[in-house]
Design a protein around this ligand. Structure first.
Ligand SMILES: NC(=O)c1ccc[n+]([C@@H]2O[C@H](COP(=O)([O-])OP(=O)(O)OC[C@H]3O[C@@H](n4cnc5c(N)ncnc54)[C@H](O)[C@@H]3O)[C@@H](O)[C@H]2O)c1
Length: 444
């Protein structure tokens, strides 16, 4: 599924028209190619806090070149600023002093990451200043342009050594469609997190369950987790059995044909994972449906089916897998929510309720999980799939442009975000909801 508008405005005539009419002209986003370095170009490191001194060595361990000194005329791919040393609002000027001279030196699809301290963990003027970083990064995300992304990462004290997987994701093209986000890295599971032996195959030896895996976003999740070394167990409904089987054959994975809303689905999944794979490491609740109608016209079956597939089934499956000890230590539970669950949407009271409920599932579990098990969710914005192809043309066009990157995302963008959560290096990433929406203007 292609973005025809983007194709048109990158043509010679389209470029002229877009410029003269002031139309959005989306940059073709760089995406990660298997085996490529995480960053092609140099990262400039700045700021003065508890993280700055260790950043060059950390980036080096990821194969990323960095510098703290810049010269006129040099081009840079990314900027990382340690703002954990800012303890009152007057210190915020350090952001302007670091970023302003560098903003014109950035290459296409640049990355900016600001590292801060979790505001709730500090008090007084420090909390005020740390909170201010959010407005800074969200605004910079809207003005950086040329396919650039900007994120704020809150690092709780005690989690300073747990930031590598997050930097690897946010600095690389894997985060092509993630911008304006606040990621929280806490002390969760700091003691149980294992080192990542091979950053190109972090999921080697792991088993990943992906629901709704036969097509769309689920297919890409299966492909990316397989690329990262996992054995994927794909689940889908009987109507999608042949596509599911073909994909899982291609990925050397396993499949389970069932409707996740069936009464015995959680037990069947648990039994299959235990007997065939000895348990599971990564659970991705991707299967989802829409049955849009304004509430005034909403039939009960439309309401019930959406809640059942999108919310009740993920909750029940998660509870059974956890209660029966099928999820291994350092396991990952990952929900697929939606921007609609954050901003709301006309005709989607059922869908938005189900997706906001997925965020509730993350909140309800995050503090109680132990043994390094985490729960997080992605909230995709406009992702170009069969689901969004069914949206009327005008609504679809507007939906695709109303974000800082002026384009829809691809299923792989959601999949890469899930792969970051899934990494054994992400044990300190718990209770997060990251939007994969190109910094959509809705519900910002
Ligand atoms: N496409 C978007 O823009 C977008 C935006 C936000 C969120 N999402 C969410 O991402 C997820 C994937 O969306 P998509 O666009 O790839 O949709 P899709 O319709 O292309 O794929 C959904 C998959 O889930 C499977 N499925 C549906 N009901 C099932 C059931 N009861 N049991 C087992 N499998 C079932 C389907 O057969 C299908 O393979 C969904 O949860 C969706 O709500 C998508």
């Amino acid at each position: 599924m292609s973005d025809r508008y983007q194709g048109f405005v990158s043509s010679p005539i389209g470029k002229i028209l877009a410029k003269n009419l002031g139309l959005p002209s989306p940059t073709r986003l760089e995406r990660y190619a298997d085996g490529a370095p995480l960053v092609t170009g140099t990262v400039v490191v700045g700021g003065a806090g508890r993280l700055a001194a260790g950043l060059p060595a950390l980036l080096d361990s990821l194969g990323i070149a960095s510098t703290t000194a810049t010269a006129d005329g040099e081009r840079h791919k990314a900027l990382v600023f340690d703002a954990t040393g800012i303890t009152d609002p007057s210190g915020l000027v350090a952001l302007q002093q670091f970023f302003t001279p560098l903003m014109r030196s950035l290459e296409t699809c640049p990355r900016v990451v600001v590292l801060g301290t979790t505001p709730e963990s500090v008090t007084g003027s420090e909390r005020v200043a740390q909170r201010a970083l959010e407005g800074f990064t969200r605004s910079l995300g809207k003005e950086i342009g040329r396919g650039g992304t900007v994120q704020l990462v809150h690092v709780t004290e005690g989690a300073d050594d747990a930031i590598a997987s997050t930097l690897a994701f946010l600095l690389s093209p894997k985060s092509a469609y993630v911008s304006g986000q606040v990621v929280r890295i806490g002390a969760h599971g700091a003691t149980t997190a294992g080192p990542v032996a091979d950053w190109t195959r972090p999921l080697d030896g792991k088993v990943a369950l992906v629901t709704g895996a036969s097509r769309g976003i689920g297919e890409q999740i299966a492909r990316v987790l397989h690329r990262d070394g996992a054995t994927v167990v794909g689940v889908d409904v009987p109507q999608a059995a042949s596509e599911l089987q073909a994909l899982m054959r291609e990925l050397d994975g396993d499949h389970l044909v069932l409707d996740i809303t069936a009464r015995d689905a959680p037990q069947r999944i648990a039994h299959h994972l235990r007997t065939e794979h000895g348990g599971v490491d990564v659970v991705v609740h991707n299967a989802g449906i829409t049955r849009d109608k304004k509430l005034a016209n909403m039939a009960a079956d439309r309401w019930e089916s959406v809640i059942a597939v999108n919310l009740t089934a993920p909750e029940q499956i998660t509870r059974v897998l956890l209660e029966e000890g099928v999820v291994h230590d350092n396991g990952r539970i990952i929900g697929v929510a939606s921007i609609a669950g954050i901003a709301g949407n006309v005709g989607q009271t059922n869908y938005a309720a189900s997706k906001a409920g997925v965020l509730g599932l993350v909140d309800s579990l995050a503090d109680d999980l132990d043994n390094g098990i985490t729960v997080n969710a992605v909230a995709p914005g406009f992702i170009i799939t069969a689901m969004t192809a069914a949206v009327p043309f005008a609504t679809r066009e507007i939906g695709q442009r109303l974000n800082a990157l002026s384009q829809g995302g691809l299923p792989v963008d959601v999949a890469e975000t899930i792969a970051w959560y899934a990494s054994p290096g992400s044990t300190a990433v718990n209770g997060n909801v990251v939007r994969v929406c190109g910094q959509m203007m809705l519900g910002a």
